[in-house]
Structures are given as C-alpha cells and as structure tokens.
Ligand binder design. Structure first.
Ligand code: ADP
Ligand code: MG
Length: 259
C-alpha cells in the first residue's frame, strides 16, 4: 500500500458466488476521502452484491473490505455502520408511522446511542438539529407532516437527511434515483453532491442515467459479469472500448443515452 493518503474504503480481491454464478469476481477498488464514485454496469453485473458486502448484509467468499486499517468483511451491518458507513436510502419499517421530523430525530438519537425506549423523554433534544438537516435537504416546511403522505421524491430527500444524521464518512447509495424522472434524478444527485462535498463525505453510488453519472461522478468504475473492467474519469470511461461494447456494442457512444 503506497497510496499517499489511505483510502476511506478499499476492496481487495473481493469475490462472491451464488451457486455457479460468480456475482463478484476478484474486485479491487479504493474510494478516497470526499470522492464521488459511480459504480456502473449492466443489470446483473454484481453492483448490488458489492454494496451488500460493503454494508454487511452479505459475507464475501474471499477478499478483504478495508475501512481504515480494519478488514470488515463479514461483520454485521451495525458494526459497519458504527465505522461510519452510512445506511442511505434504507427506510425503517416505522418510517410511514412517524412525522418527517420524528424520523430524522430517531436517526440522530440512534447515532447518539439512545435507545428507542428513551425516545419520548428526549424527543425535544434533537429537534433543532433535525430541523437544520431538513432545511439542508429542502424539507423543513414538511417537518410536521406524516411521512406516509410524502411524494416519492420528497421521501428520498428525507432519507438523505436521515443518512446525514448518522454523520457518515462514506455513503452507499444503490440506485438512489430508481423510479424517478430525469429532472428529479439530476436534482437529487446534485443535492447529494453539494451536501457531501461540504462535509468531506465519500460516496459510492449506482445510477442508470449515464448523463447523471458523467455530470456528477469524480470517478467511475465499471463492472461486467462480476469483473471490474474499467476505472477512470468520465472521459476515460466514455472512450473505453470495452465499456462501450458492454453497453452498446463496439463503436457506439454514450451520447444521448440518459434515462
Ligand atoms: P446488479 O446490481 O449489478 O444488477 P446483482 O449484484 O444484483 O447485480 O447480481 C449479480 C448476479 O448475482 C446476478 O446474476 C444475480 O442474478 C445474482 N444474484 C444476486 N443476488 C443473488 C442471490 N441472493 N441469490 C442468487 N443469485 C443472486
Ligand atoms: Mg442492483
């Protein structure tokens, strides 16, 4: 390891098979501090399997997942979350039953270590901080609304506030804009990028719209059939023959393919 600054996250020869399918096949990559890194690849390439190994939902068959100097491969999700890996866009089962601000307060309390048992007595404590977070995602006016009434795009904004409440070093976002129209995709990723840049948070995300990926990613890594086939900036990925072939067949470009 000769990197000048140690990466926030590093995958070293990580592999995972399901039956005979090598879903993730000896994958290596790093994420630096504050880096906005897109993981792209066709359906079934192994992107979600990568995310689920990093967040602790799946145990790799082999390889190392390093957070700082710790190999976290196979640790429970909560242990990985404690090391600063944000559980973004994973709404709690109780989300709909609480108001918008209560959901953010819950996340703040959870991060502070207070248990649900203590929720009511200490509810007021995190209110100002929760409102500040909601304001940053443009949802302060909706603080008192029942979360179940929110439009889909607004749920995503509240989810982002919840993720930031946990003060992560790294946010994992597997298809955060799924189900959104093109304009909403831009807006959400733009908001995420602005908020994480301010905080020096690293992000690993997947996104189907190449226009969005090329507009916002600092760096792009490409998976195909479980293997990492490219790692570079937008220009390098756009010009990569193997990547173009995986997506469209040789000779075509990404121009005009945004979802
Ligand atoms: P992506 O997110 O890039 O679309 P996935 O990581 O979901 O890809 O899937 C990679 C491969 O692993 C696919 O062939 C998929 O069918 C397979 N796979 C993923 N999860 C499971 C599972 N729980 N059981 C069996 N096969 C799986
Ligand atoms: Mg997936």
């Amino acid at each position: 390891m000769t990197a000048p600054t140690s990466p926030v996250l590093a995958l070293r020869a990580v592999a995972k098979s399901f039956g005979g399918v090598r879903a993730v096949d000896n994958v290596n990559f790093d994420i630096g501090k504050g880096e906005f890194l897109a993981l792209i690849g066709p359906n079934g390439a192994g992107k979600s399997t990568c995310f689920n190994m990093i967040n602790g939902q799946l145990k790799p068959d082999s390889g190392e997942i390093l957070i700082g100097n710790d190999n976290v491969a196979g640790l429970a999700p909560r242990e990985i979350w404690r090391r600063g890996v944000g559980r973004t866009f994973q709404v709690a089962a109780t989300f709909g039953s609480m108001t918008v601000i209560e959901n953010v307060q819950m996340a703040l309390l959870s991060f502070a270590g207070d248990s649900y048992r203590l929720w009511r007595p200490v509810a007021g404590r995190q209110r100002a901080r929760a409102l500040e977070l909601l304001d940053q995602v443009g949802m302060a006016d909706a603080a008192a609304r029942p979360s179940r009434e929110l439009a889909y795009g607004d749920v995503k904004r509240v989810e982002l506030a919840i993720a930031l409440a946990n003060d992560p070093r790294l946010l994992l976002m597997d298809e955060p804009t799924a189900g959104m129209a093109a304009g909403e995709r831009y807006a959400l990723i733009e908001l995420v990028k602005r908020l994480v840049v301010e905080r020096g948070i690293s992000v690993l995300f997947t996104e189907h719209s190449m226009d969005v990926v090329f507009a916002f990613a600092d760096r792009i890594i490409v998976l195909a059939r479980g293997k990492l086939i490219a790692d570079g900036d937008a220009t390098a990925i756009r010009d990569n023959a193997q990547v173009r072939e995986v997506y469209f067949g040789t000779g075509k470009t990404f121009a005009g393919t945004g979802a």
